[in-house]
Design a protein around this ligand. Sequence first.
Ligand SMILES: Nc1nc2c(c(=O)[nH]1)N[C@H]1C(S)=C(S)[C@@H](COP(=O)(O)O)O[C@H]1N2
Ligand SMILES: [Mo]
Length: 313
Amino acid sequence: MKLTDTEKVTPEALFLSRRKFLKLAGILGVSAALAACGIQPQTETSTATGVPITGVLENTPFPGDTLTPYELVTNYNNFYEFSLNKEDVAQKAANFKTSPWQFTVSGLVNNPISLDVSELIKKYVIEERVYRMRCVEGWSMVIPWLGFPLQKLLAEAGVRSDAKYVKFTTPYDHDQFPNDGAYGFAWPYTEGLRLDEAQHDLTLLAIGLYGKALPPQDGAPIRLVVPWKYGFKSVKSINGIELVSEQPQTFWSSASPTEYGFFANVNPAVPHPRWAQDTERRIGELERRPTELFNGYSEVAFLYEGMDLVKNF
Ligand SMILES: Nc1nc2c(c(=O)[nH]1)N[C@H]1C(S)=C(S)[C@@H](COP(=O)(O)O)O[C@H]1N2
Ligand SMILES: [Mo]
């Protein structure tokens, strides 16, 4: 995909001007302002790629970081189902079909859910969350996501008391993912969280970025975002969530348990055999900067009290 100069700058410029509107909405009282503009948060969300998502509630401040430009967020991607080359993913994923897209919540729940994702997302108020994202390869971005906290979906499903972990699944569909099956990996891509991690308010199910529906390369139609963990935990294009009693096997820890732990909390004190973990490079910048424990999200530290973070990496 080749972007024209206008396309390169427009989404970000639009996004920033819309943010100004949202700030104003905040001052006026969000619901009154949204009503005045005829915005209906519950009905105008869409999963179609690139479609603007309106009626978003902005409830988290900027973390004081500069946003990574839209062009970089959508053209520098890890998505092994399409390509191992980060700059190729956007083009290889361009025809990815995200409708229909059945989404299920199953396992140890009282009310299993099975819905098309377009129906699922209508049930939730879509929020904007600006999060830092740190890849284990030593690079990072700052991305304005749109989505809703996973805990809301879990509450609706009614998690049973014997559930201890959450497993995330992706389709095993060779027609859609040209690479799945390749390189001896344990396809399809799966991930997992401990239940309390999944229920933390920071843990997001994202359906958009920069004010629009997710493009395929960033995990359309719905993906996980866990900002205090390395990027590989934030599994893209998920079609199912399963509540389980045992720690699930995951794609990356099956590939190399000594390199990719189950917890994968961003931690400058845990070395990696191939990449420096005490510093990182923001995509779009040249200088490296120090990496922070939990990617700077110290509010999650209580989840790991008494745990040896180096052993349990
Ligand atoms: N299904 C799937 N999800 C995935 C990956 C992948 O290869 N397949 N790569 C992960 C890695 S390593 C990173 S760093 C992030 C990158 O997200 P982004 O391309 O939207 O920045 O997605 C994660 N989610
Ligand atoms: Mo990554």
